[in-house]
Structure formats: C-alpha cells, structure tokens
Write a protein that binds this ligand. Structure first.
Ligand SMILES: Nc1ncnc2c1ncn2[C@@H]1O[C@H](COP(=O)(O)OP(=O)(O)O)[C@@H](O)[C@H]1O
Ligand SMILES: [Mg+2]
Length: 277
C-alpha cells in the first residue's frame, strides 16, 4: 500500500514557523531581540504594548543576521531590523526596533526625516513610529557594498551606469531639499539595491537610515557618494575602468568643487556627463 508520509505534524510546523503573532511574544524567548542586546528586559511589556498600538500582527524572525537562534534583517548601532506584518494585510514590512542601549531616546525623529525624504520620492516608505519602533516598507535588496565586492571589470556597463545614475540622482534630490543624510561618506550599508519579484537585481537603489540626518545644515549627500564612487572608494579604479572615465582626479575634483559651491541642476548635469551616467 502506498501511503503519503507527512513531513511533519502541524504542531512541529507551527513551532518552527518564524512568524509569531504579537500576543505570543515571550520575554524569555523574544526579549533578546525586542530588547536587544537583551540584558535588560524591563521595557518588554511596554514595547509589546507599542506593537499593539501600531497594529503589528506578526513578527517574522527571518533574515540573514541572527540574534541567538532568531533571524533578523539587520543590526545597526541604533536598532535591530525585523520583518513583520500589519493587521489587515499580508505584506511584509520592515520594523526598526530601538536598541535598549541606543544613544537616541526615540525613533520618531528618524520617522519624520524619512517621511520628508519620501515626500520627494527618496527612502523606504515610512508607515508609523513610536518611541521604540519604526514601521516602514520592506525593501527586498542587497547592500551596495556587498554588490561592489563582486564587481568585475567585465561587469555590465549598462547596469553600473544606471545604478550610479540612480544613486547620484537621489543624492541630488536630498541636497536640493536640504536634507543631509549624514552617513553617506561610506554608503556601503545605506544604499540598498532593489530586487524584483523574482529576486533579480534592478538598477534601482533605496537610501536608508535617516537617524543621523538633519535639515538646515550643510548638505553633502552628492559630494560624499560621488567621492566614494569616483575618488577614494575601494572600487573606484574598477568603476572608472568599466565606465571608461579618464584616469586622474583633477577634473572630477574641480566638478565636485563647482557643484559644492553652487548645487544646481546645471552643475549636477555637468558632473553626470563627465562620469558618463
Ligand atoms: N526598509 C528596509 N528594508 C530592508 N532592509 C532594511 C530596511 N531598513 C534597514 N534594513 C536593514 O537593516 C540594517 C540596519 O538598518 P539601519 O537603518 O542602518 O539601522 P541603524 O539605524 O541601527 O544603523 C541595514 O543595513 C539593512 O540591511
Ligand atoms: Mg545604520
């Protein structure tokens, strides 16, 4: 007799599921993430309450980083980022969870500045925030730093050109709106490259993490990222070779100086023409 063997009982499956409804979150299991780094769980119940207020349905402990045996999307100096869902939708969102040892009292500033970036089409879409959490669009992506590590001289010129054009255009938009990101001199972790539904990479980027951003100060988004690509970044030589940009820095430095002095569509266009993007 042929018999179908179920691979596991439903109990085992649900036990192993990375998705946990917020009513099932337990301090002894999930406190290490929700109150990261997990030595002080004193705010656990307060944090659970905030998740409820925000309408979070499930937390999905899945991602390439780990906290103990639980998967997370990423860890930063201020937060741990988790996958989650909101009530009434199955769409995955990214939930930034303030570290207990963070040097910031609230996630609301990060949220407000990202909403400002959203108003001109930059950054993951901000959804809501409390003191300890910030819900936003989840961007299926890889970090530009990781992608650049694998860059080869024979890599696609067309893709690289579009990727750099998109990165610099978004930096220009940030500059034009007076929003200085503050952490783009090494953008390896703060520029993400989007994937499509089949997880293929698109030449489209998303600039994340506005917690160090500011308005009303000198902006240096474009000059920082352009310097990283074309002056002092560790893949500068390869990028210039692929895009057939002349060796030597003098012309590039002069164009950046001009832009810095007068950040305008004209000085931006001149720079883009020189880097063939
Ligand atoms: N909206 C998002 N979608 C996908 N991954 C994200 C998102 N936001 C953050 N991440 C991941 O989480 C990591 C940490 O996020 P980040 O905003 O830099 O935190 P921090 O403010 O603590 O530095 C990022 O490097 C990235 O890998
Ligand atoms: Mg960060």
């Amino acid at each position: 007799m042929l018999k179908f063997e179920f691979p596991a009982t439903s109990k085992t499956l649900s036990d192993e599921s990375p998705s946990v409804p917020i009513s099932k979150l337990k301090p002894q299991t999930h406190g290490q993430v929700l109150c990261y780094p997990g030595k002080d769980l004193g705010t656990f119940s307060q944090r659970s309450k905030q998740l409820k207020e925000m309408g979070v349905k499930d937390i999905i402990f899945e991602g390439s980083s780990k906290v103990g045996n639980l998967g997370v999307i990423g860890k930063g100096c201020v937060s741990v980022v988790l996958k989650a869902t909101l009530k009434g939708s199955d769409d995955i969102i990214a939930l930034k969870c303030r570290r207990v040892d963070a040097n910031r009292p609230t996630m609301k500033r990060d949220f407000e500045l990202q909403k400002l970036a959203n108003s001109f089409g930059v950054g993951p879409k901000a959804i809501s925030a409390t003191d300890d959490f910030f819900a936003m669009e989840f961007v299926d992506s890889i970090k530009i730093g990781k992608w650049l590590e694998k860059l080869k001289t024979r890599s696609s010129k067309k893709f690289l050109r579009k990727l750099i054009r998109d990165s610099l255009t978004q930096c220009f938009l940030l500059d034009q709106h007076g929003l200085d990101h503050g952490e783009l001199s090494n953008p390896t972790k703060h520029i993400l490259i989007r994937r499509d539904e089949s997880r293929n990479l698109l030449p489209k980027v998303v600039i994340i993490d506005y917690e160090s951003a500011g308005i009303g100060r000198k902006v240096s988004n474009l000059t920082s990222v352009a310097s990283f690509f074309f002056l002092g970044g560790w893949q500068t030589d390869k990028i210039k070779r692929i895009l057939a940009i002349p060796k030597g820095k003098a012309k590039m430095i002069a164009l950046l100086k001009k832009y810095k002095k007068r950040p305008s569509p004209e000085s931006f266009k001149k720079l883009m023409a020189y880097v063939r993007c």
